[in-house]
Design a protein around this ligand. Structure first.
Ligand code: CO
Length: 499
């Protein structure tokens, strides 16, 4: 009999048929196969969406043992914002966080979110950086990589798929869910089929703004399940209040895994909570048979942690159905309001929200997710602040219009192209990364002795300024000298002087 691993490894009925000849075992395995599985996002998306990604590794470690005993399909623990915030605000090495979590979560698969060729950043990186990054992520403990491209341009995820596969990790192809005249169910089904052919081990419907309605979720899950053999997962946010309803319909339609957070860091702009789903399915066919008391203890712990970061709360309403019109992801909503508050411009908030769908239409209906959410968001902000649409067009918007992020789902407005001074000959047709020179060798020289290993170098490549500051501090500590040595002797630093 095949061994049943923790985390419910059996994914298709063929596996069950092939490994079984005993009727009773068949039944056991069938029931395991039917259980709904959960990816817990508490350590990544949940605190990113609610408290500006400020949870520290120290706050995560004490609860790892309990998290590890729940039986989650996986824990999402790493991504762009968690990496950035470690370096920028928490004075933490994101690689070290991953190693610590790996050590403390020996029984559960660890998952990360990768922005395809954008890796963890806001622009495209060359293949040499992508390759090294994925290799090191897997070596340091990542099992599953959820890979997406903001424009759903598959050319931008192809390389990441190949490298992840070569490294022996699980490739999850993510479809950015969006609503627009061009985003029809057939388009998403077709994308799922293509990703399966490209080698994906599973597919995720990634609804980063919490837009999917229960009936849309049912239809989409049903149609994708009919079209593919690999497992299907769904990710949404509770922003509009439809998250739990969407999950229930998705489960009825046969989705295999849902993304949830512990209840004290769920709802609002975060994921739907796990507890009501577990309670609702009790005694039913897909009952995960999780211990509600254990889930309760976990939520009590995170309630205290959330209190530590009260000043980072976005202050958003519990439910905001306006997201259905604006389609803005949770993390972006909380960031936008935080930044506007800092600059005393909160009065512009509503106007910017209203401007976003107009800009999005002009730009060919990109799904709003990093980095397109930032690109559309900054253009909308300029339009409102300058009082005139496209009076100011930032560089990243021009690059977007030229095709340096990939092909948008629909045509870009001619008026916008004209205002930006972009002609057809300026627009590239190739995969954006093909236009980028390799970077590793150059960056190795640039950062010099401050990078102790390849992980340090990758941090520097992805977040040059903040990583450099972080690495100076780290090096000073390692060498037992004061940070002022670097700050005061900049010329040595630039020469890579071996202190
Ligand atoms: Co999300």
């Amino acid at each position: 009999m095949m061994e049943i691993k923790k985390g419910n490894e059996i994914n298709n009925i063929e596996e069950v048929k092939n490994c079984q000849d005993n009727e009773i075992d068949k039944k056991i395995i069938h029931s395991i196969k039917n259980k709904i599985k959960f990816t817990d996002t508490t350590l990544r998306d949940a605190h990113q969406s609610l408290i500006a990604t400020r949870m520290t590794t120290k706050e995560m470690v004490p609860i790892c043992e309990l998290l590890d005993s729940v039986g989650y399909h996986s824990l999402e623990v790493w991504g762009g914002a968690t990496f950035d915030c470690c370096l920028r605000y928490l004075d933490e090495d994101p690689w070290e966080r991953l190693r610590i979590l790996r050590k403390n979560l020996p029984n559960t698969k660890l998952q990360m979110l990768l922005r395809g060729q954008n890796i963890l950043g806001y622009k495209h990186y060359p293949d040499d950086v992508l390759t090294e990054f994925i290799k090191r992520a897997v070596v340091n403990g990542i099992d599953i990589i959820r890979i997406f491209d903001a424009l759903n341009d598959l050319r931008n995820v192809e390389k990441a798929f190949d490298i992840t596969k070569a490294e022996g990790a699980h490739v999850q192809g993510a479809i950015c869910y969006s609503i627009s005249p061009v985003h029809k169910t057939e388009l998403f089904v077709d994308m799922a089929k293509k990703m399966e052919l490209m080698g994906a081990d599973s597919i995720c419907i990634k609804d980063m703004s919490g837009l999917i309605s229960p009936y849309a979720a049912y239809e989409l899950v049903k149609k994708i399940k009919e079209a593919i053999k690999i497992p299907l997962q769904i990710h949404t946010h509770s922003t509009s209040g439809m998250g739990l309803l969407a999950y229930l319909k998705a489960i009825e339609a046969g989705v295999d895994v849902v993304d949830t957070a512990t209840s004290s860091l769920a709802l609002q702009t975060s994921q739907p909570p796990i507890e009501p789903i577990v309670a609702a399915l009790k005694g039913r066919e897909k009952d995960p048979e999780f211990d509600l008391k254990l889930l309760y203890d976990i939520s009590v712990y995170f309630k205290k942690i959330r209190e530590n970061h009260r000043d980072m709360e976005s202050g958003m309403d519990n439910i905001d159905t306006r997201v259905l019109a604006y389609q803005i992801p949770g993390g972006m909503l909380s960031n936008l309001s935080y930044q506007l508050r800092q600059q005393n411009m909160m009065d512009k908030y509503e106007k910017i929200l209203e401007e976003i769908p107009k800009v999005r239409k002009d730009m060919g209906y990109p799904p709003l997710v990093t980095p397109t959410s930032q690109i559309v968001g900054s253009q909308a902000t300029y339009n409102v602040i300058s009082g005139q649409p496209y009076k100011i067009i930032p560089e990243e918007v021009k690059n977007y219009l030229k095709g340096f992020y990939g092909f948008p789902p629909a045509k870009i407005s001619e008026t916008l192209l004209k205002k930006a001074g972009i002609k057809p000959k300026d627009m590239i047709q190739s995969r954006p990364a093909d236009k980028i020179e390799p970077l590793i060798e150059k960056a190795t020289k640039d950062i010099g002795f401050l990078a102790e290993d390849i992980e340090d170098l990758l941090s520097y490549i992805l977040f040059p300024e903040i990583a450099k500051m972080f690495l100076k501090k780290k090096t000073a500590k390692r060498l037992g000298i004061g940070i002022e040595v670097f700050n005061g002797l900049n010329q040595y630093d630039e020469m890579g002087y071996p202190v």
